[in-house]
Design a protein around this ligand. Sequence first.
Ligand code: M6R
Length: 609
Amino acid sequence: MCGIVGYVGPRPVTDVLIPGLSRLEYRGYDSAGIAVHGGDTMTVVKRAGRMSELEAAVAGLDVNGGRGGVGHTRWATHGAPNTTNAHPHQDCAASVVVVHNGIIENWAALKSELVARGHSFASDTDTEVVAHMIEEMADLPLAEAVRQVMKRADGALALVVMRVQDPDLIVGARRHSPLVVGRGDGENFIASDIPAFLEHTRDMVVLDDDRVIEVRPESVTITDLDGNPVEVRERKIEWDFEAAEKGGYPTFMLKEIHEQPDAIADTLLGRVDASGQVQLKELELDDRLLRAVDKVFVVACGTSYHAAMMAKYAIERWTRLPVEIDIASEFRYRDPVLDARSLVVGISQSGETIDTLAAIRYARAQGSTVIGVSNVVDSALARESDAVLYTRAGPEIGVAATKTFTTQLVVMQLLGLYLAQVRGSMDPGAIEQLVTEMRTLPEAVKSVLERDDEIAKIAAEFGDVRDFFFLGRSGDFPVAMEGALKLKEIAYVRAEGYAAGEMKHGPIALIEPGVVVVGVATDNHVKSKTLSNMEEMRARGGTIVLVVEEGDGDAKEVADHVIEVPRGSDLLCTVTAVVPLQLLAYHIATAKGLDVDKPRNLAKTVTVE
Ligand code: M6R
Protein backbone atom coordinates (compact mmCIF):
# COMPACT_ATOMS: atom_id res chain seq x y z
CA MET A 1 0.00 0.00 0.00
CA CYS A 2 1.73 3.13 -1.26
CA GLY A 3 0.65 6.69 -1.96
CA ILE A 4 0.66 8.22 -5.44
CA VAL A 5 0.19 11.86 -6.50
CA GLY A 6 0.34 13.33 -9.99
CA TYR A 7 -0.27 16.89 -11.17
CA VAL A 8 -0.47 18.77 -14.48
CA GLY A 9 -1.13 22.48 -14.49
CA PRO A 10 0.32 25.93 -13.91
CA ARG A 11 1.20 25.73 -10.19
CA PRO A 12 4.76 25.11 -9.02
CA VAL A 13 4.70 21.32 -9.24
CA THR A 14 6.51 20.58 -5.99
CA ASP A 15 4.02 22.82 -4.14
CA VAL A 16 1.38 20.26 -5.10
CA LEU A 17 3.40 17.03 -4.92
CA ILE A 18 5.12 17.46 -1.55
CA PRO A 19 2.04 18.43 0.53
CA GLY A 20 0.01 15.82 -1.42
CA LEU A 21 2.48 13.09 -0.49
CA SER A 22 2.58 14.23 3.12
CA ARG A 23 -1.20 13.81 3.20
CA LEU A 24 -0.73 10.23 2.01
CA GLU A 25 2.00 9.24 4.43
CA TYR A 26 -0.53 7.12 6.32
CA ARG A 27 -0.46 4.80 3.27
CA GLY A 28 3.25 4.10 3.57
CA TYR A 29 6.31 5.90 4.75
CA ASP A 30 9.56 4.04 4.22
CA SER A 31 10.79 6.18 1.32
CA ALA A 32 9.47 8.78 -1.09
CA GLY A 33 10.28 10.42 -4.40
CA ILE A 34 9.09 12.80 -7.10
CA ALA A 35 9.70 13.38 -10.80
CA VAL A 36 9.10 16.81 -12.35
CA HIS A 37 8.67 17.27 -16.10
CA GLY A 38 10.60 20.34 -17.19
CA GLY A 39 9.52 20.34 -20.87
CA ASP A 40 12.43 18.41 -22.35
CA THR A 41 13.96 16.77 -19.26
CA MET A 42 12.71 15.09 -16.14
CA THR A 43 14.20 15.66 -12.71
CA VAL A 44 13.89 12.78 -10.27
CA VAL A 45 14.55 13.15 -6.52
CA LYS A 46 14.19 10.18 -4.14
CA ARG A 47 15.02 9.60 -0.50
CA ALA A 48 14.79 6.72 1.97
CA GLY A 49 12.96 7.57 5.18
CA ARG A 50 10.02 9.79 6.03
CA MET A 51 8.66 12.60 3.85
CA SER A 52 10.73 15.15 5.74
CA GLU A 53 13.87 13.69 4.08
CA LEU A 54 12.44 14.21 0.61
CA GLU A 55 11.15 17.65 1.50
CA ALA A 56 14.64 18.71 2.59
CA ALA A 57 16.17 17.32 -0.62
CA VAL A 58 13.64 19.08 -2.86
CA ALA A 59 13.97 22.40 -1.03
CA GLY A 60 17.37 23.06 -2.57
CA LEU A 61 16.36 22.24 -6.15
CA ASP A 62 15.14 24.52 -8.89
CA VAL A 63 12.37 22.37 -10.35
CA ASN A 64 9.52 24.79 -10.14
CA GLY A 65 9.53 25.63 -13.84
CA GLY A 66 7.96 22.18 -14.30
CA ARG A 67 4.69 21.56 -16.10
CA GLY A 68 3.69 18.41 -14.33
CA GLY A 69 5.01 15.72 -12.11
CA VAL A 70 4.41 12.55 -10.17
CA GLY A 71 5.27 11.57 -6.61
CA HIS A 72 5.18 8.47 -4.47
CA THR A 73 5.42 7.50 -0.83
CA ARG A 74 6.34 3.86 -0.46
CA TRP A 75 5.38 0.91 1.72
CA ALA A 76 7.79 -1.70 0.42
CA THR A 77 6.60 -5.02 -0.95
CA HIS A 78 9.53 -5.85 -3.29
CA GLY A 79 13.04 -4.81 -2.37
CA ALA A 80 14.41 -3.11 0.72
CA PRO A 81 13.14 0.35 1.64
CA ASN A 82 16.14 2.38 0.45
CA THR A 83 16.68 5.30 -1.94
CA THR A 84 17.37 3.05 -4.96
CA ASN A 85 14.11 1.18 -4.55
CA ALA A 86 12.11 4.36 -3.87
CA HIS A 87 9.81 5.45 -6.71
CA PRO A 88 9.69 6.94 -9.36
CA HIS A 89 11.51 4.34 -11.43
CA GLN A 90 13.01 4.99 -14.83
CA ASP A 91 13.97 3.16 -18.01
CA CYS A 92 17.51 2.86 -19.43
CA ALA A 93 17.26 6.17 -21.32
CA ALA A 94 15.67 8.03 -18.39
CA SER A 95 12.80 9.00 -20.72
CA VAL A 96 10.00 7.39 -18.69
CA VAL A 97 9.05 7.72 -15.03
CA VAL A 98 6.70 5.32 -13.29
CA VAL A 99 5.13 5.24 -9.84
CA HIS A 100 3.19 2.19 -8.79
CA ASN A 101 1.07 0.86 -5.97
CA GLY A 102 0.39 -2.88 -5.77
CA ILE A 103 2.20 -6.02 -6.85
CA ILE A 104 3.07 -7.15 -10.37
CA GLU A 105 2.89 -10.90 -9.89
CA ASN A 106 4.73 -11.89 -13.07
CA TRP A 107 7.44 -9.23 -12.76
CA ALA A 108 10.28 -11.79 -12.63
CA ALA A 109 9.29 -13.28 -16.01
CA LEU A 110 8.84 -9.81 -17.53
CA LYS A 111 12.21 -8.71 -16.16
CA SER A 112 14.01 -11.76 -17.61
CA GLU A 113 12.61 -10.94 -21.07
CA LEU A 114 13.69 -7.31 -20.78
CA VAL A 115 17.17 -8.20 -19.52
CA ALA A 116 17.54 -10.65 -22.43
CA ARG A 117 16.78 -7.74 -24.78
CA GLY A 118 19.54 -5.65 -23.21
CA HIS A 119 17.79 -3.58 -20.52
CA SER A 120 19.66 -2.93 -17.32
CA PHE A 121 17.84 -2.55 -14.04
CA ALA A 122 18.74 -0.15 -11.26
CA SER A 123 16.40 -1.39 -8.50
CA ASP A 124 15.08 -4.61 -6.96
CA THR A 125 11.46 -3.58 -7.48
CA ASP A 126 8.72 -5.14 -9.57
CA THR A 127 7.74 -1.62 -10.71
CA GLU A 128 10.83 -0.98 -12.78
CA VAL A 129 9.74 -3.49 -15.45
CA VAL A 130 6.98 -1.04 -16.42
CA ALA A 131 9.45 1.75 -17.23
CA HIS A 132 11.50 -0.54 -19.48
CA MET A 133 8.39 -1.95 -21.18
CA ILE A 134 7.22 1.57 -22.01
CA GLU A 135 10.69 2.49 -23.23
CA GLU A 136 10.35 -0.24 -25.87
CA MET A 137 7.06 1.30 -27.06
CA ALA A 138 8.41 4.82 -27.69
CA ASP A 139 6.60 4.97 -31.06
CA LEU A 140 3.17 4.35 -29.50
CA PRO A 141 1.05 7.01 -27.79
CA LEU A 142 1.74 6.82 -24.04
CA ALA A 143 -1.81 5.72 -23.21
CA GLU A 144 -1.56 2.84 -25.70
CA ALA A 145 1.80 1.78 -24.24
CA VAL A 146 0.22 1.73 -20.77
CA ARG A 147 -2.70 -0.34 -22.09
CA GLN A 148 -0.19 -2.87 -23.43
CA VAL A 149 1.54 -2.99 -20.06
CA MET A 150 -1.78 -3.56 -18.29
CA LYS A 151 -2.53 -6.46 -20.63
CA ARG A 152 0.78 -8.14 -19.82
CA ALA A 153 1.07 -7.42 -16.09
CA ASP A 154 -0.73 -9.74 -13.66
CA GLY A 155 -1.77 -8.71 -10.20
CA ALA A 156 -3.16 -5.68 -8.44
CA LEU A 157 -1.72 -2.41 -9.66
CA ALA A 158 -2.22 1.31 -9.93
CA LEU A 159 0.29 2.95 -12.27
CA VAL A 160 1.01 6.56 -13.04
CA VAL A 161 3.44 7.30 -15.86
CA MET A 162 5.08 10.31 -17.54
CA ARG A 163 7.29 10.36 -20.62
CA VAL A 164 9.78 13.02 -21.63
CA GLN A 165 8.33 13.46 -25.14
CA ASP A 166 4.83 14.11 -23.71
CA PRO A 167 4.91 17.21 -21.52
CA ASP A 168 1.55 18.10 -19.94
CA LEU A 169 0.41 14.47 -19.96
CA ILE A 170 0.13 11.95 -17.16
CA VAL A 171 -1.27 8.50 -17.86
CA GLY A 172 -2.70 6.38 -15.07
CA ALA A 173 -4.17 2.90 -14.95
CA ARG A 174 -5.72 0.79 -12.22
CA ARG A 175 -6.63 -2.78 -11.40
CA HIS A 176 -7.67 -3.62 -7.82
CA SER A 177 -5.54 -0.79 -6.41
CA PRO A 178 -7.08 2.61 -5.81
CA LEU A 179 -6.59 5.58 -8.13
CA VAL A 180 -8.76 8.70 -8.28
CA VAL A 181 -8.65 11.91 -10.30
CA GLY A 182 -9.25 15.43 -9.02
CA ARG A 183 -10.54 17.96 -11.58
CA GLY A 184 -9.48 21.55 -11.36
CA ASP A 185 -9.76 24.63 -13.53
CA GLY A 186 -6.94 24.37 -16.09
CA GLU A 187 -5.24 21.77 -13.90
CA ASN A 188 -5.86 18.17 -12.92
CA PHE A 189 -4.66 15.75 -10.26
CA ILE A 190 -4.32 11.99 -9.99
CA ALA A 191 -3.75 10.18 -6.71
CA SER A 192 -4.26 6.97 -4.84
CA ASP A 193 -6.49 8.74 -2.37
CA ILE A 194 -8.53 11.92 -2.05
CA PRO A 195 -6.54 13.71 0.73
CA ALA A 196 -3.69 14.23 -1.76
CA PHE A 197 -5.65 16.89 -3.69
CA LEU A 198 -8.47 17.88 -1.36
CA GLU A 199 -7.01 21.33 -0.67
CA HIS A 200 -7.19 22.12 -4.41
CA THR A 201 -10.46 20.59 -5.57
CA ARG A 202 -13.53 18.72 -4.40
CA ASP A 203 -14.46 17.48 -7.90
CA MET A 204 -13.40 13.92 -8.32
CA VAL A 205 -13.50 11.40 -11.17
CA VAL A 206 -14.09 7.77 -10.24
CA LEU A 207 -11.93 5.21 -12.02
CA ASP A 208 -12.99 1.56 -12.39
CA ASP A 209 -10.71 -1.45 -12.74
CA ASP A 210 -8.86 -2.04 -16.03
CA ARG A 211 -9.20 1.55 -17.15
CA VAL A 212 -6.51 3.83 -18.54
CA ILE A 213 -6.80 7.55 -17.92
CA GLU A 214 -5.08 10.41 -19.76
CA VAL A 215 -4.78 13.50 -17.59
CA ARG A 216 -3.91 16.85 -19.22
CA PRO A 217 -4.34 20.35 -17.73
CA GLU A 218 -7.58 20.88 -19.68
CA SER A 219 -8.94 17.34 -20.07
CA VAL A 220 -9.43 13.91 -18.58
CA THR A 221 -10.04 10.95 -20.92
CA ILE A 222 -10.77 7.39 -19.85
CA THR A 223 -10.57 4.26 -22.02
CA ASP A 224 -10.80 0.53 -21.45
CA LEU A 225 -7.85 -1.74 -22.22
CA ASP A 226 -8.85 -1.91 -25.90
CA GLY A 227 -8.82 1.86 -26.22
CA ASN A 228 -12.62 2.27 -26.29
CA PRO A 229 -13.77 5.53 -24.64
CA VAL A 230 -15.50 5.14 -21.26
CA GLU A 231 -17.85 7.65 -19.71
CA VAL A 232 -16.19 9.97 -17.15
CA ARG A 233 -18.15 9.76 -13.86
CA GLU A 234 -17.76 12.73 -11.53
CA ARG A 235 -18.44 13.03 -7.81
CA LYS A 236 -18.39 15.90 -5.35
CA ILE A 237 -16.33 15.23 -2.22
CA GLU A 238 -18.09 16.26 0.97
CA TRP A 239 -15.47 14.94 3.43
CA ASP A 240 -13.03 17.05 5.43
CA PHE A 241 -9.34 16.05 5.55
CA GLU A 242 -9.64 13.80 8.55
CA ALA A 243 -12.57 11.89 7.11
CA ALA A 244 -10.80 11.61 3.76
CA GLU A 245 -7.68 10.07 5.37
CA LYS A 246 -9.90 7.51 6.99
CA GLY A 247 -11.63 6.80 3.69
CA GLY A 248 -14.86 8.21 5.11
CA TYR A 249 -14.79 5.87 8.13
CA PRO A 250 -14.95 7.46 11.58
CA THR A 251 -11.77 5.70 12.75
CA PHE A 252 -8.70 4.02 11.29
CA MET A 253 -9.66 0.82 13.08
CA LEU A 254 -13.00 0.56 11.28
CA LYS A 255 -11.34 1.42 7.98
CA GLU A 256 -8.76 -1.31 8.58
CA ILE A 257 -11.44 -3.84 9.50
CA HIS A 258 -13.12 -3.05 6.18
CA GLU A 259 -9.82 -3.27 4.29
CA GLN A 260 -9.49 -6.95 5.19
CA PRO A 261 -10.90 -8.40 1.94
CA ASP A 262 -8.29 -6.45 -0.07
CA ALA A 263 -5.49 -7.16 2.40
CA ILE A 264 -6.22 -10.90 2.24
CA ALA A 265 -6.42 -10.83 -1.57
CA ASP A 266 -3.04 -9.04 -1.70
CA THR A 267 -1.53 -11.54 0.73
CA LEU A 268 -2.65 -14.42 -1.49
CA LEU A 269 -1.42 -12.80 -4.72
CA GLY A 270 1.14 -14.93 -6.52
CA ARG A 271 1.24 -17.44 -3.66
CA VAL A 272 -1.52 -19.78 -4.84
CA ASP A 273 -1.48 -20.84 -8.47
CA ALA A 274 -4.22 -21.99 -10.82
CA SER A 275 -3.19 -25.65 -10.43
CA GLY A 276 -3.93 -25.49 -6.72
CA GLN A 277 -0.33 -25.38 -5.49
CA VAL A 278 1.16 -23.03 -2.94
CA GLN A 279 4.07 -20.99 -4.31
CA LEU A 280 6.32 -19.39 -1.72
CA LYS A 281 9.26 -18.48 -3.96
CA GLU A 282 10.30 -15.66 -1.64
CA LEU A 283 11.04 -18.19 1.09
CA GLU A 284 14.32 -19.13 -0.61
CA LEU A 285 14.89 -22.08 1.72
CA ASP A 286 16.13 -25.33 0.26
CA ASP A 287 13.36 -27.97 0.13
CA ARG A 288 15.87 -30.47 1.57
CA LEU A 289 16.16 -28.31 4.67
CA LEU A 290 12.37 -28.14 5.02
CA ARG A 291 12.13 -31.92 4.59
CA ALA A 292 14.73 -32.46 7.31
CA VAL A 293 12.83 -30.39 9.89
CA ASP A 294 11.64 -32.56 12.79
CA LYS A 295 9.95 -29.94 14.95
CA VAL A 296 8.38 -26.52 14.50
CA PHE A 297 8.25 -23.71 17.06
CA VAL A 298 6.12 -20.60 16.59
CA VAL A 299 6.85 -17.57 18.77
CA ALA A 300 4.95 -14.27 18.94
CA CYS A 301 3.20 -11.80 21.26
CA GLY A 302 -0.35 -10.50 21.65
CA THR A 303 -2.51 -10.84 18.57
CA SER A 304 0.38 -12.38 16.63
CA TYR A 305 0.49 -15.12 19.28
CA HIS A 306 -3.13 -15.94 18.45
CA ALA A 307 -2.05 -16.43 14.83
CA ALA A 308 0.63 -18.77 16.21
CA MET A 309 -2.06 -20.74 18.06
CA MET A 310 -3.96 -21.29 14.82
CA ALA A 311 -0.68 -22.22 13.10
CA LYS A 312 -0.13 -25.04 15.59
CA TYR A 313 -3.40 -26.69 14.60
CA ALA A 314 -2.76 -26.13 10.90
CA ILE A 315 0.86 -27.26 10.73
CA GLU A 316 0.32 -30.31 12.93
CA ARG A 317 -2.78 -31.36 11.04
CA TRP A 318 -1.30 -30.89 7.58
CA THR A 319 2.33 -31.94 8.09
CA ARG A 320 2.14 -34.26 11.14
CA LEU A 321 5.16 -32.38 12.52
CA PRO A 322 5.04 -31.56 16.24
CA VAL A 323 4.55 -27.83 16.80
CA GLU A 324 5.27 -25.91 20.00
CA ILE A 325 4.00 -22.38 20.41
CA ASP A 326 5.40 -19.84 22.80
CA ILE A 327 4.62 -16.36 23.99
CA ALA A 328 7.88 -14.81 22.82
CA SER A 329 8.74 -13.26 26.19
CA GLU A 330 8.71 -16.75 27.76
CA PHE A 331 10.58 -18.61 25.06
CA ARG A 332 14.26 -18.19 25.81
CA TYR A 333 13.80 -18.27 29.59
CA ARG A 334 12.31 -21.76 29.53
CA ASP A 335 15.43 -23.19 27.87
CA PRO A 336 13.61 -24.81 24.90
CA VAL A 337 15.20 -27.83 23.24
CA LEU A 338 16.27 -26.56 19.83
CA ASP A 339 18.75 -27.77 17.25
CA ALA A 340 19.54 -27.57 13.55
CA ARG A 341 16.46 -29.59 12.66
CA SER A 342 14.13 -27.16 14.42
CA LEU A 343 12.21 -24.66 12.33
CA VAL A 344 11.33 -21.53 14.32
CA VAL A 345 8.71 -19.12 12.99
CA GLY A 346 8.57 -15.64 14.53
CA ILE A 347 5.36 -13.72 13.85
CA SER A 348 5.32 -9.96 14.37
CA GLN A 349 3.24 -7.36 12.56
CA SER A 350 5.78 -4.62 13.24
CA GLY A 351 8.79 -6.92 13.05
CA GLU A 352 10.26 -4.82 15.87
CA THR A 353 8.74 -6.37 19.01
CA ILE A 354 11.74 -6.88 21.26
CA ASP A 355 10.46 -10.11 22.86
CA THR A 356 9.97 -11.76 19.46
CA LEU A 357 13.36 -10.55 18.22
CA ALA A 358 15.06 -11.91 21.35
CA ALA A 359 13.32 -15.26 20.82
CA ILE A 360 14.44 -15.65 17.21
CA ARG A 361 17.99 -14.50 18.04
CA TYR A 362 18.09 -17.19 20.69
CA ALA A 363 16.83 -19.80 18.21
CA ARG A 364 19.42 -18.85 15.60
CA ALA A 365 22.15 -19.07 18.19
CA GLN A 366 21.08 -22.71 18.75
CA GLY A 367 21.51 -23.41 15.02
CA SER A 368 17.79 -23.49 14.16
CA THR A 369 16.35 -22.09 10.94
CA VAL A 370 14.16 -19.01 11.44
CA ILE A 371 11.32 -17.79 9.25
CA GLY A 372 10.02 -14.30 10.05
CA VAL A 373 6.42 -13.33 9.31
CA SER A 374 6.03 -9.56 9.29
CA ASN A 375 3.96 -6.78 7.78
CA VAL A 376 6.91 -4.41 7.51
CA VAL A 377 9.46 -4.96 4.78
CA ASP A 378 13.02 -4.93 6.04
CA SER A 379 11.93 -4.80 9.68
CA ALA A 380 14.42 -6.16 12.21
CA LEU A 381 12.58 -9.50 12.18
CA ALA A 382 12.85 -9.67 8.39
CA ARG A 383 16.54 -8.77 8.43
CA GLU A 384 17.46 -11.18 11.19
CA SER A 385 15.54 -14.23 9.92
CA ASP A 386 16.86 -16.84 7.48
CA ALA A 387 13.76 -16.29 5.35
CA VAL A 388 10.78 -14.02 5.47
CA LEU A 389 7.11 -14.12 4.50
CA TYR A 390 5.34 -10.80 4.42
CA THR A 391 1.71 -10.18 5.18
CA ARG A 392 0.64 -7.54 2.71
CA ALA A 393 -1.89 -5.68 4.80
CA GLY A 394 -0.43 -2.20 4.25
CA PRO A 395 0.28 0.10 7.19
CA GLU A 396 -1.97 -0.47 10.17
CA ILE A 397 -2.54 2.76 12.08
CA GLY A 398 -5.07 1.61 14.68
CA VAL A 399 -3.21 0.22 17.70
CA ALA A 400 -5.51 -2.81 17.80
CA ALA A 401 -4.39 -5.31 15.18
CA THR A 402 -7.16 -6.32 12.76
CA LYS A 403 -6.14 -6.66 9.10
CA THR A 404 -2.64 -7.72 10.13
CA PHE A 405 -4.14 -10.57 12.17
CA THR A 406 -6.30 -12.02 9.38
CA THR A 407 -3.39 -11.77 6.95
CA GLN A 408 -1.12 -13.50 9.49
CA LEU A 409 -3.66 -16.33 9.63
CA VAL A 410 -3.56 -16.55 5.84
CA VAL A 411 0.26 -16.56 5.72
CA MET A 412 0.48 -19.27 8.38
CA GLN A 413 -2.08 -21.37 6.52
CA LEU A 414 -0.05 -20.94 3.32
CA LEU A 415 3.11 -21.93 5.17
CA GLY A 416 1.40 -25.01 6.64
CA LEU A 417 0.17 -26.12 3.21
CA TYR A 418 3.55 -25.37 1.65
CA LEU A 419 5.35 -27.53 4.21
CA ALA A 420 2.80 -30.29 3.56
CA GLN A 421 3.41 -29.95 -0.19
CA VAL A 422 7.21 -30.07 0.11
CA ARG A 423 7.18 -32.93 2.62
CA GLY A 424 4.48 -34.91 0.78
CA SER A 425 2.47 -35.24 3.98
CA MET A 426 -0.85 -34.43 2.36
CA ASP A 427 -2.72 -35.61 -0.71
CA PRO A 428 -2.19 -32.97 -3.48
CA GLY A 429 -5.95 -33.07 -4.17
CA ALA A 430 -6.66 -32.07 -0.57
CA ILE A 431 -4.13 -29.22 -0.78
CA GLU A 432 -5.75 -28.08 -4.03
CA GLN A 433 -9.17 -28.05 -2.38
CA LEU A 434 -7.96 -25.84 0.47
CA VAL A 435 -6.04 -23.54 -1.88
CA THR A 436 -9.15 -23.12 -4.02
CA GLU A 437 -11.13 -22.27 -0.93
CA MET A 438 -8.51 -19.79 0.26
CA ARG A 439 -9.10 -17.80 -2.91
CA THR A 440 -12.70 -17.25 -1.78
CA LEU A 441 -11.71 -15.80 1.62
CA PRO A 442 -11.79 -12.14 0.50
CA GLU A 443 -15.42 -12.52 -0.63
CA ALA A 444 -16.31 -14.47 2.50
CA VAL A 445 -14.90 -11.71 4.72
CA LYS A 446 -16.78 -9.12 2.66
CA SER A 447 -20.04 -10.91 3.37
CA VAL A 448 -19.31 -10.87 7.13
CA LEU A 449 -18.64 -7.13 6.96
CA GLU A 450 -22.13 -6.71 5.51
CA ARG A 451 -23.46 -7.85 8.89
CA ASP A 452 -21.97 -4.82 10.61
CA ASP A 453 -25.36 -3.26 11.53
CA GLU A 454 -26.60 -6.53 12.98
CA ILE A 455 -23.44 -6.80 15.13
CA ALA A 456 -23.72 -3.15 16.21
CA LYS A 457 -27.26 -3.89 17.48
CA ILE A 458 -26.03 -6.81 19.56
CA ALA A 459 -23.16 -4.68 20.90
CA ALA A 460 -25.63 -1.97 21.91
CA GLU A 461 -27.12 -4.37 24.48
CA PHE A 462 -23.76 -4.87 26.19
CA GLY A 463 -22.81 -1.30 27.10
CA ASP A 464 -22.93 -1.95 30.88
CA VAL A 465 -21.60 -5.50 30.92
CA ARG A 466 -18.41 -5.84 32.98
CA ASP A 467 -17.55 -9.50 32.38
CA PHE A 468 -17.21 -11.39 29.13
CA PHE A 469 -15.94 -14.84 28.30
CA PHE A 470 -14.91 -15.84 24.77
CA LEU A 471 -14.89 -19.59 24.22
CA GLY A 472 -13.93 -21.95 21.42
CA ARG A 473 -12.24 -25.25 20.73
CA SER A 474 -9.62 -26.22 18.17
CA GLY A 475 -9.33 -23.49 15.49
CA ASP A 476 -12.10 -21.55 17.22
CA PHE A 477 -9.99 -21.26 20.38
CA PRO A 478 -7.44 -18.74 18.98
CA VAL A 479 -10.35 -16.81 17.47
CA ALA A 480 -11.99 -16.62 20.91
CA MET A 481 -8.68 -15.50 22.45
CA GLU A 482 -8.38 -12.74 19.87
CA GLY A 483 -12.00 -11.64 20.41
CA ALA A 484 -11.29 -11.29 24.14
CA LEU A 485 -8.06 -9.35 23.55
CA LYS A 486 -9.82 -6.92 21.18
CA LEU A 487 -12.50 -6.19 23.76
CA LYS A 488 -9.99 -5.75 26.60
CA GLU A 489 -7.70 -3.42 24.72
CA ILE A 490 -10.20 -1.05 23.13
CA ALA A 491 -13.27 -1.22 25.43
CA TYR A 492 -11.43 -1.69 28.76
CA VAL A 493 -13.74 -4.52 29.75
CA ARG A 494 -12.66 -7.72 31.48
CA ALA A 495 -12.81 -10.45 28.89
CA GLU A 496 -11.37 -13.92 29.29
CA GLY A 497 -10.53 -16.10 26.31
CA TYR A 498 -10.77 -19.79 27.20
CA ALA A 499 -10.80 -23.21 25.64
CA ALA A 500 -14.51 -24.03 25.84
CA GLY A 501 -13.87 -27.44 27.40
CA GLU A 502 -11.74 -25.95 30.16
CA MET A 503 -14.52 -23.85 31.70
CA LYS A 504 -15.85 -26.73 33.79
CA HIS A 505 -12.46 -27.00 35.51
CA GLY A 506 -12.90 -23.76 37.40
CA PRO A 507 -13.91 -20.59 35.53
CA ILE A 508 -17.54 -21.74 35.24
CA ALA A 509 -17.84 -20.61 38.88
CA LEU A 510 -17.83 -17.04 37.53
CA ILE A 511 -20.84 -17.52 35.26
CA GLU A 512 -24.00 -15.87 36.57
CA PRO A 513 -26.69 -13.58 35.18
CA GLY A 514 -25.10 -10.48 33.69
CA VAL A 515 -22.05 -12.28 32.31
CA VAL A 516 -21.86 -12.46 28.51
CA VAL A 517 -20.38 -15.60 26.95
CA VAL A 518 -19.35 -15.36 23.30
CA GLY A 519 -18.90 -18.82 21.78
CA VAL A 520 -17.21 -19.51 18.47
CA ALA A 521 -18.42 -22.76 16.91
CA THR A 522 -17.32 -22.93 13.28
CA ASP A 523 -14.88 -25.83 13.52
CA ASN A 524 -17.08 -28.74 12.56
CA HIS A 525 -15.22 -31.57 14.22
CA VAL A 526 -15.70 -30.00 17.66
CA LYS A 527 -18.79 -27.88 17.10
CA SER A 528 -21.25 -30.10 18.93
CA LYS A 529 -18.96 -30.17 21.96
CA THR A 530 -18.67 -26.36 21.97
CA LEU A 531 -22.45 -26.09 21.76
CA SER A 532 -22.79 -28.39 24.79
CA ASN A 533 -20.35 -26.18 26.69
CA MET A 534 -22.44 -23.16 25.76
CA GLU A 535 -25.54 -24.93 27.14
CA GLU A 536 -23.64 -25.23 30.41
CA MET A 537 -23.01 -21.45 30.42
CA ARG A 538 -26.62 -20.69 29.62
CA ALA A 539 -27.84 -22.99 32.41
CA ARG A 540 -25.85 -20.82 34.86
CA GLY A 541 -27.51 -17.61 33.66
CA GLY A 542 -24.95 -16.39 31.09
CA THR A 543 -26.13 -14.43 28.07
CA ILE A 544 -24.99 -16.35 25.01
CA VAL A 545 -23.68 -14.96 21.70
CA LEU A 546 -22.68 -17.57 19.15
CA VAL A 547 -20.60 -17.21 15.99
CA VAL A 548 -21.58 -20.12 13.73
CA GLU A 549 -21.63 -21.08 10.08
CA GLU A 550 -24.56 -20.00 7.93
CA GLY A 551 -27.67 -22.14 8.28
CA ASP A 552 -26.55 -23.73 11.51
CA GLY A 553 -29.93 -24.52 13.07
CA ASP A 554 -28.58 -26.07 16.31
CA ALA A 555 -27.06 -22.79 17.41
CA LYS A 556 -30.38 -20.94 17.61
CA GLU A 557 -31.51 -23.27 20.39
CA VAL A 558 -28.53 -22.39 22.58
CA ALA A 559 -27.98 -18.70 21.96
CA ASP A 560 -29.54 -15.33 22.73
CA HIS A 561 -27.78 -13.88 19.68
CA VAL A 562 -26.41 -15.71 16.65
CA ILE A 563 -23.89 -14.22 14.19
CA GLU A 564 -23.45 -16.23 11.02
CA VAL A 565 -20.30 -16.46 8.89
CA PRO A 566 -20.01 -18.25 5.53
CA ARG A 567 -19.43 -22.01 5.57
CA GLY A 568 -15.81 -23.02 5.18
CA SER A 569 -13.22 -25.60 6.07
CA ASP A 570 -12.05 -25.86 9.67
CA LEU A 571 -9.04 -23.59 10.29
CA LEU A 572 -9.68 -21.51 7.13
CA CYS A 573 -12.85 -20.41 8.90
CA THR A 574 -10.73 -18.64 11.55
CA VAL A 575 -10.24 -15.81 9.03
CA THR A 576 -13.96 -15.11 8.75
CA ALA A 577 -14.95 -16.02 12.32
CA VAL A 578 -12.77 -13.35 13.93
CA VAL A 579 -14.29 -10.47 11.94
CA PRO A 580 -17.59 -10.31 13.91
CA LEU A 581 -15.57 -10.26 17.13
CA GLN A 582 -13.49 -7.31 15.88
CA LEU A 583 -16.75 -5.50 15.06
CA LEU A 584 -18.35 -6.44 18.38
CA ALA A 585 -15.41 -5.00 20.34
CA TYR A 586 -15.37 -1.96 18.07
CA HIS A 587 -19.03 -1.13 18.62
CA ILE A 588 -18.92 -1.73 22.37
CA ALA A 589 -15.90 0.60 22.63
CA THR A 590 -17.21 3.38 20.41
CA ALA A 591 -20.60 3.34 22.17
CA LYS A 592 -18.63 4.24 25.32
CA GLY A 593 -17.03 7.13 23.43
CA LEU A 594 -13.53 5.59 23.61
CA ASP A 595 -10.70 6.36 21.21
CA VAL A 596 -10.28 2.95 19.59
CA ASP A 597 -7.35 4.06 17.43
CA LYS A 598 -5.27 5.00 20.47
CA PRO A 599 -6.35 2.90 23.46
CA ARG A 600 -4.94 3.94 26.81
CA ASN A 601 -1.63 2.47 28.03
CA LEU A 602 -0.85 0.76 24.70
CA ALA A 603 1.74 1.31 21.98
CA LYS A 604 1.57 0.04 18.43
CA THR A 605 5.09 -1.35 18.65
CA VAL A 606 6.51 -2.66 21.91
CA THR A 607 10.28 -2.29 21.97
CA VAL A 608 10.86 -2.87 25.68
CA GLU A 609 11.06 -6.19 27.55
O1 M6R B 1 4.06 -6.08 16.11
P1 M6R B 1 3.71 -7.36 16.79
O2 M6R B 1 2.80 -8.24 16.01
O3 M6R B 1 4.93 -8.12 17.26
O4 M6R B 1 2.95 -6.93 18.11
C1 M6R B 1 2.57 -7.85 19.05
C2 M6R B 1 1.59 -7.27 20.05
O5 M6R B 1 2.17 -6.19 20.73
C3 M6R B 1 0.31 -6.79 19.35
O6 M6R B 1 -0.30 -7.84 18.66
C4 M6R B 1 -0.68 -6.24 20.39
O7 M6R B 1 -1.16 -7.29 21.17
C5 M6R B 1 -1.81 -5.49 19.70
N1 M6R B 1 -2.20 -4.38 20.49
C6 M6R B 1 -3.01 -6.34 19.45
O8 M6R B 1 -4.10 -5.64 18.97
